[in-house]
Design a protein around this ligand. Structure first.
Ligand code: HGY
Ligand code: MN
Ligand code: MN
Ligand code: MN
Length: 416
């Protein structure tokens, strides 16, 4: 039966990898509520329905497949996200959603074959807009689901062209009109998520299953730097208020911040920067940029935050620009419940899969879910740790080991 299941997963996985595929590469572009996102959602709904799930979408576009095994019982929910960064890998998020669907299908078949009646039902989720590329911030669907963000505020979020989340979801017919759990009258018992590591330690150490036991802290600042538009040639240097110079100094300062701490204690980057008017012979009057700080230590992230604020004061004074914080999105450094780590360890032992505890540096929807229900977070290795990159890759044998392991975890959670 395992070979049949593995073949079935790889067949569905090959089909799914074609949605939003970037020609001539291994990667994809299927940002939240894009046409490609709409196509993959429609295909996924049909796949779920063909296996007996009923498909729902909630008011922020989270897509759910419900497999009712015990009428009225709470649900074990498993899933991740299918949306991607603009040019990125086909594994980030999507693997977890596809693995979750197949793990639920297998777990239900095994329970039936064993004549076992579980205590819980099973459900799969494809969270809306985990990446936060087109619509900020990231993890939008699970932020709303767990009450960390307000629904109306999320629906009113605009992309760079001014399109709102509400309009984009409605254009695809992907905005539901009710909650699926909680106010939807269904109870959640637990949550499980499997994801590619997006780091290289597991591959280097020969670990197949990562038992995620804690998350790094993250603090993302959406800054605006305002100066004064001027002729880049004739304007005297002393008269300039150059917003792009101020922004550039912030980008460099974020990198220099890393060297104020022990190696491996702080990661920083600026991945998004927009200049206005962005014209050849013009001193920029406004720049928007997003700085991303990550640390395994709450103290380091707090110290880095304070140091960055001091740099902002200095740049404002020296470059005579105003620097404002448009938005912030952060989560603390904290653990995943030890009970979930132990359950996942036991399943890995029983399957003979190399496993180890690992912290996650990237945020996931489980970062939110672990604060509301008992949560199990799992990793499979990333080749060379590459992610948010067209060449992101995980080997088939690791994909399949992850599905088998998640099936075991779901059976344990369903037994209650
Ligand atoms: O922000 C993160 O770490 C995730 O990729 N959304
Ligand atoms: Mn089967
Ligand atoms: Mn992800
Ligand atoms: Mn990602």
């Amino acid at each position: 039966m395992t070979q049949q299941h593995d073949d079935a997963f790889l067949a569905d996985w090959a089909v799914h990898s074609r949605f939003g595929a970037v020609p001539g590469t291994n990667g994809v572009d299927r940002q939240a509520a894009s046409a490609a996102d709409g196509e993959q959602r429609a295909w996924f709904a049909e796949l779920l329905e063909s296996h007996g799930f009923t498909v729902h979408r909630d008011r922020i576009g989270n897509q759910f497949g419900l497999l009712e095994l015990v009428p009225g019982a709470p649900y074990v929910l498993t899933g991740s996200h299918m949306d991607s960064q603009p040019t990125a890998g086909r594994f980030d998020g999507a693997y977890g959603v596809m693995a979750s669907a197949h793990a639920c299908i297998r777990a239900a078949e095994e329970l039936r074959a064993a004549g076992e009646t579980p205590r819980h039902n099973l459900a799969v989720v494809n969270w809306f807009n985990e990446e936060g590329s087109r619509f900020k911030p990231s993890m939008m669907g699970s932020n709303v689901f767990t009450g960390k963000s307000e629904l109306e505020e999320a629906l009113a979020t605009r992309d760079p062209r001014g399109v709102t989340v509400r309009e984009a979801l409605d254009a695809l017919g992907e905005r539901g009109d009710a909650d699926v759990f909680a106010a939807g009258g269904r109870e959640l018992a637990s949550y499980a998520e499997i994801h590619v590591q997006q780091g290289r330690s597991m591959e280097e150490e020969g670990v197949t299953i990562g038992l995620v036991n804690a998350t790094w802290a993250a603090h993302k600042f959406d800054f605006v730097v305002r100066g004064e538009q001027a002729h880049s040639g004739s304007t005297l240097m002393a008269d300039r208020r150059d917003a792009l110079l101020g922004a550039a100094r912030l980008v460099v300062a974020a990198r220099e911040l890393v060297d104020e701490f022990e190696p491996g204690q702080l990661h920083t980057a600026c991945g998004e920067l927009n200049v206005y008017p962005n014209s050849p012979v013009v001193v920029a009057s406004e720049v928007r940029l997003l700085l991303d700080l990550r640390s395994p230590s709450a103290e380091v992230i707090a110290a880095a935050h304070a140091s960055l604020m001091r740099t902002i004061e200095r740049v404002q004074r020296e470059d005579r620009v105003e620097i404002g914080i448009v938005a912030e999105h952060s989560w603390d450094q904290n653990p995943y419940a030890e009970a979930g780590v132990e359950l996942a360890r036991e399943v890995a032992e029983s399957l003979g899969l190399a496993h180890d505890r690992v912290m996650t540096v990237a945020g996931h929807d489980s970062t939110n879910m672990k604060d509301v229900v008992p949560t199990v977070m799992l990793f499979v290795p990333s080749v060379n740790g590459v992610s948010h990159n067209l060449d992101e890759h995980t080997r088939d044998e690791d994909l399949l080991a992850g599905v088998a392991h998640l099936t075991g975890v779901i059976r344990r959670l369903a037994a209650g």
